[in-house]
Write a protein that binds this ligand. Sequence first.
Ligand code: FES
Length: 125
Amino acid sequence: MVNGIPQPAFYIFKCQQSAPPGMPKPSCVKADDPESQQLFQHLAQTLMQKGIIGTVTPIQTGCLNRCQQGPVMLVEPGHTMYVGLTKDKISRIIDEHIIGGNVVEEYVIPAEAWGEPIAPASMAR
Ligand code: FES
């Protein structure tokens, strides 16, 4: 057995993309929506308060291509895409999914917007 530094149990990729002003396309962080700007901080602070930051690693990422459903974040492992996020929803996801082990199905992206992945081996040239 190797006694190394433990790998994280989860990575949480929070989309931090904000569309430039005047851009018609929706984005996860919006200039006119202060809560959308505070979601990553809320995620990181809640993980800290619960003492689980590190084994749960929050990552700020660019567009995850589900902008219509934003704000979004992806939980790995599990490939779970959460959409329409608020601070309250993030708190519940941490309690019920990250700590409790049960995906919060009502916040997960609808199946029609999250089809099965295409195997890279089937596309590679
Ligand atoms: S801007 Fe967040 S998914 Fe595209």
